[in-house]
Design a protein around this ligand. Sequence first.
Ligand code: SAM
Ligand code: SF4
Length: 442
Amino acid sequence: MFGFCIKVYGCQMNVYDGDKIRTAMILKGWREVPETDADVVVYVGCSIRDKAEHKIWSEMGRYRPGWEGKKSPIVCLVGCMAQNVGRDMMKRFPWIRMIAGPRSIGFIPDGLIRAVSGERVDLLDADAREFNDLDVVPIKRDNPWKAYVTIAHGCDYFCTYCIVPYVRGRFMSRDSEEILEEIRALVDDGVREISLLGQNVDTYGADFDRSYRFADLLRDVAETDGVDLVRFMTSYPKDLTADVVSVMAEYPKICPGINLPIQSGSDRILKSMNRHYSIAEYTETVRIIREGLPEVGLTSDLIVGFPGETEEDFMASMEAVRQFRFDLVHTAAYSPRAGTPAAKMEDQLPDEEKFRRLSEINRLQSSIAMEINEATVGRRYRILIDGPAPKGDGLVQGRTMTDKVVICPGEASWAGRFADVKIVRAENWCLHGEISEVEGLS
Ligand code: SAM
Ligand code: SF4
């Protein structure tokens, strides 16, 4: 039987797709092996920014003759990056024998079998309005007690900088019963924490004939026996509704954490980005959230150096970061993506200017995060222990309900249990705590 290895880059949706592909191949009798023993290496690649694509382009060269592995593996590139540049890559690297976009995931197991028998397989021609899903519950995950569940595919918003609608296709909600069935199967497999994924979770159900929306799904997931924690991402500012906030307030097991990408603090730039809200409307959404969920962990995404962004626009983004006091901001320098409207706009900023703005806004956000995190010292939280902390022997880590990483002295065997921790020290990206009690051990 063939040995395969999966390498995932990019967002949680790619992790979820990678888990499904891994599970499907294991169910077909393939073995997951280290890369150097693999007959097939599957890349699930991201195309959101240049940097993500460059990383995989540069990795591809490694498989040329003289490669350190025991076999000469064939390479399969799947996901957003394959949809975007898969054909160019296949021309350049003869060992890439299969390319498949995110909407063809259901065809991947058969495609891989064809690829190992010598065929060159191109699955990029899927209709952007169709989705061929892989009919498996992703039971082969890195973390046994946490699972991602995609609730909607694609996106119809076409922000002018973003490649997602072109590579992931049109917005399509998954059937709620199918989602709940998958969650029940995951719970049977030991999962305690479910993270619901969608480019804009709040538009969930907008394409249904019946009136069943994200708030209804959230309630149904929270009511599912065995689910202990529910998280979700991402929320589009215009669509996040007060009823979602009320359901979150009603169910303690729904973590009060919201990722509400602002993208810019300037109305002029938001318009040019084709984001359908103003800063005044964003402010009102944040007010509703903070009023309904006083303990909320609020995070955001923000792009600096968008075409035409003046110093004044940038200062408006700095002001927004000061005003909203996010717990964390995923900042990025604008990266032109071929085929998107923004890539053709005039007034593209030089890289040095984008990176100057990026480091300035990162410095500001980091000092705000430090202040917020320092205020948690002395407080107690309940966390689900993920496992050993990546750095440091004898340390474990988990996350607060508001999605802050907590690192504590502890034993790896406590992974998958809830623990009560007291915060003793803060950094801008994590908290350090002491565990007073671990569930099931006394
Ligand atoms: N759907 C979410 C929303 O509407 O905000 C975000 C999803 S997008 C996959 C994740 C983040 O990548 C975006 O919030 C944006 O900040 C960043 N991003 C997307 N395209 C980008 C680009 N061309 N350059 C820099 N950052 C980009
Ligand atoms: Fe991209 Fe905009 Fe869709 Fe988010 S809403 S995925 S940023 S197009």
